[in-house]
Design a protein around this ligand. Structure first.
Ligand SMILES: Cc1cc2nc3c(=O)[nH]c(=O)nc-3n(C[C@H](O)[C@H](O)[C@H](O)COP(=O)(O)OP(=O)(O)OC[C@H]3O[C@@H](n4cnc5c(N)ncnc54)[C@H](O)[C@@H]3O)c2cc1C
Length: 421
């Protein structure tokens, strides 16, 4: 089916980046069509999880701290506008974010400095204070040895060891991811954005370095429909390499990531719960590349390993967790949260990160088409930034912003060397 209508902008992908881009464009009065192959926040999408942390700490990477600050304000503004919603009346839980740090911990020390420089509210907690506030956490005895981690990838070597201090970001917290994306799309539609559940065909993106840029006129959908627009944004997360195989197959790597929810003890699910958001913040053990989220909406205590898993296909990949990963997570719990070491698994999820070489986003113009924008490379930390990314893309399209060098296609390498977490 072909319609003659030409939209100002066609956004492909209604994950957090595409949804916010469509919403921000609609605020700038653009006529927008948003399409998604499987639906906003679907189970295959990187944005399709139950919950995602929004933290300000980013080691030395101030650029992301500032984006997270901007985004938190925009998320809150949107949620205030919507009011209480469906299953989870709160789409943002201000749980706080706790960084668990060790002696000589360069990443947490850099985080502390960045938080100061960006005027983010934080508390530095010593070991005694951590122990007093969070008795659910086993901090390790002074001098207890670090052992080899059971998973690889970045961070600092070793596993376990002693937590000697921490940083609490009291105003940060957790976004209810899938529902939040659906809410952004609903708000975009309410502002006039046309939403279609359709899949685009891959674009033949073989780029001849000598050729000058041309323009794309339309999208060809699997259904046979053709969609016309003046500008095109491809915010297809881990699918970007499938849509632009020649350009991106070696620059964005989808990795399999496993998430576990554990049942908290009976009677511990509300009020003064040890594992509820009143008494347990979301936390990050950066050295061990592990993070946890308290029992929100009674889904269970969530824990995941942040180290990159094996390569993964977002369409056909099997989403059943492995027994080995469960054993690794239980071993971690036995050390850090012994009360939950044998807790029942209430839910599991397999998701994927869409990693650039170093973890920096990809937000740039397509080298062969002057009116095509590539938006992705969330690299396991993109969700929180949806509002700022959408705002930036809208400004790029209107000519009010320039491509940020760290997000440029030219800065993307083929080798995987994670630097941004
Ligand atoms: C387990 C896990 C934990 C994470 N934790 C955090 C966290 O705590 N904090 C944080 O900030 N970030 C976190 N992230 C990262 C964050 O979730 C992602 O970076 C972000 O969701 C990426 O969003 P996206 O819009 O780029 O991609 P996606 O959400 O994958 O959206 C892409 C969309 O494109 C659509 N699409 C694909 N192909 C086509 C096509 N041909 N035609 C039409 N539509 C198409 C898909 O259906 C999909 O809806 C985590 C990620 C995972 C997997």
């Amino acid at each position: 089916m072909t319609t003659n209508k030409t939209f100002d902008v066609a956004v492909v992908g209604a994950g957090v980046f595409g949804a916010w881009t469509a919403y921000q464009l609609s605020r700038a009065r653009a006529e927008v069509v948003l399409v998604d192959a499987y639906g906003p926040g679907n189970s295959r999408a990187s944005s399709g999880g139950e919950s995602r942390m929004i933290r300000m700490g980013y080691g030395p990477d101030q650029i992301y701290t500032r984006m997270a600050q901007r985004s938190l304000g925009l998320w809150q503004e949107l949620f205030d506008h919507i009011g209480p919603t469906g299953i989870s009346p709160r789409l943002f839980h201000p749980t706080g974010i706790l960084w668990l740090a060790r002696e000589n911990d360069p990443y947490c020390e850099a985080t502390l400095e960045t938080l100061q420089q960006c005027h983010v509210g934080y508390e530095r907690l010593d070991r005694a204070e951590l122990f007093r506030r969070y008795p659910q956490l086993e901090l390790g005895s002074p001098g207890s040895p670090t052992v080899q981690r059971r998973w690889g990838g970045g961070g600092q070597p070793g596993w376990g060891g002693t937590i000697t201090w921490g940083i609490l970001e009291p105003n940060s917290g957790v976004l209810m991811a899938r529902q939040a994306v659906q809410a952004v799309v609903a708000q975009a539609r309410a502002r006039g954005v046309t939403y279609l559940e359709e899949a685009t065909l891959p674009l033949d993106s073989d780029v001849d370095a000598d050729s000058s840029r041309s323009r794309l006129d339309s999208l060809h959908m699997v259904s046979g429909r053709e969609i016309f627009a003046n500008e095109f944004v491809f915010a297809c997360g881990p699918w970007l390499p499938k849509i632009f195989p020649a350009l991106l197959a070696q620059l964005i790597h989808a990795t399999r990531q496993e998430v576990f929810f554990f049942g908290v003890p009976a009677g511990d699910a509300s009020g003064d719960s040890r594992f509820g958001p009143e008494r347990m913040p979301a936390w990050i053990d950066f050295s061990d590349l592990v993070y946890g989220i308290p029992n929100l909406d009674n889904r269970g205590f969530k824990i995941a390993i942040d180290a990159h898993g094996p390569q993964f296909d977002p369409d056909t990949g099997d989403r059943i967790v492995s027994i080995d990963s469960l054993a690794a997570v239980r071993a971690y719990l036995a050390r850090r949260m012994p009360v939950l070491a044998k807790a029942v698994v209430t839910e599991t999820r397999v998701c994927q990160y869409e990693n650039t070489s170093n973890g920096d986003f990809l937000i740039d113009r397509h080298p062969a088409f002057e009116n095509v924008w590539l938006v992705g490379g969330g690299s396991g930390h993109g969700f929180k930034h949806g509002p700022a990314v959408g705002e930036h893309v809208a400004a790029l399209i209107s000519g009010d912003a320039k491509v940020e060098p760290r997000f440029a296609l030219a800065t993307k390498e083929k080798v995987q060397q994670r630097k941004v977490y």
